[in-house]
Design a protein around this ligand. Structure first.
Ligand SMILES: Nc1ncnc2c1ncn2[C@@H]1O[C@H](COP(=O)(O)OP(=O)(O)O)[C@@H](O)[C@H]1O
Ligand SMILES: [Mg+2]
Length: 298
């Protein structure tokens, strides 16, 4: 009997990929690292319609997305097309293309959070530089700092804080788009936010991240602390994950100085190395179990 094979889409397997592979193995599944950049649609009779390297005229039993490569708009759309198509073919895709599209795009995430009435910082997304400067200036005049982010950013890359009128010229568009957001001062001393990891509608681990500055990304040197989340924080993370219809997510939550929780971001391809270093759970094991659960229910 052949062992069922899972595709782990990534361009760099790394620690996370290897962890997943080990856990799948323990559960009786083979998994291979493969890249969306090398997939193709082969739309001929008698062939599976998607060619995936390492899969000879067959499809994986599930696809785990650990990374979607960048590229031209056409290239990225093609990579997402493969994920959409796999789902249409009945293959569990974890997280699926819709979830990835909604969460990678910070404008859409902000809109959906706002629309659902989930507290998130005031945000403006637009193309016109003069109007962007006007919004930012207005915020400064009202005593707020402004954050400028790339629409598709991650790990704190390219984020800037505008603190005074003379900073205004530093506001930059990324690929023509300005994403501006009110800066929220975090509760307590220094800077911190929370990363809440949700799998299949349940919070499985939470940490507080303390940034060296206001940027609390682990990739930017933030330290990780174990915390027990409040019921309110857990419910908020679950609500945000459900809103973006994600199988699992890493939710960034910032508690402001009034004790209110703000959802900053919902990551569909979150890392868990930092989180696991302060928690007792094996995230890879929980993820692998959930993928297998989805295979058996598909
Ligand atoms: N509006 C904000 N107010 C205060 N801090 C923020 C705000 N937006 C982001 N940050 C800080 O910057 C970090 C990175 O922002 P985020 O939107 O999560 O982008 P990335 O995708 O790069 O992680 C957050 O974890 C938070 O610490
Ligand atoms: Mg983030």
């Amino acid at each position: 009997m052949t062992i069922p094979k899972i595709a782990i889409f990534t361009d760099d397997a790394g620690w996370h990929g290897k962890q997943l592979q080990q856990e799948f193995k323990k559960l009786g599944y083979d998994s291979v690292f493969t890249s969306l950049t090398e997939c193709r649609f082969d739309l001929e009779n008698q062939k599976v319609p998607i060619f995936i390297p390492e899969f000879e005229n067959e499809l994986p039993v599930a696809a785990f997305v650990r990374g979607v490569a960048g590229g031209s708009l056409e290239e990225v759309i093609l990579y997402l097309d493969f994920l959409h198509a796999l789902k249409i073919l009945g293959i569990p895709v974890y997280n699926d293309a819709c979830a990835i599209e909604r969460s990678v795009d910070k404008a859409m995430t902000s809109f959906l959070l706002h629309h659902a009435g989930i507290k998130t910082p005031e945000t403006w997304v637009l193309r016109d530089r003069e109007i962007a400067l006007k919004f930012a200036k207005n915020e400064l005049l009202n005593g707020n700092f402004v954050i400028s982010k790339p629409l598709f950013g991650s790990q704190g890359e390219g984020i800037r804080r505008i603190e005074k009128m003379t900073d205004l010229p530093w506001i930059t568009a990324t690929h023509g788009v300005y994403y501006l957001q009110r800066f929220i001062k975090s509760a307590g001393d220094g800077f911190s936010d929370y990363r809440v990891f949700v799998i299949n509608g349940e919070v499985v681990a939470t940490m507080r991240r303390r940034g060296k500055s206001w940027l609390n990304n682990v990739a930017k040197g933030a330290s990780c602390e174990r915390v027990n989340p409040s019921v309110e924080m857990m419910n908020l993370a679950i609500q945000a994950t459900n809103l973006l219809q994600m199988a699992y997510a890493g939710v960034d939550i910032l508690e402001d100085q009034n004790g209110h929780l703000n959802v900053i971001e919902i990551n569909s391809v979150p890392a868990w190395k930092g989180l696991e270093s302060v928690c007792d759970v094996s995230i890879a094991e929980l993820l692998a179990r959930d993928v297998i659960f989805k295979i058996s229910n598909s």
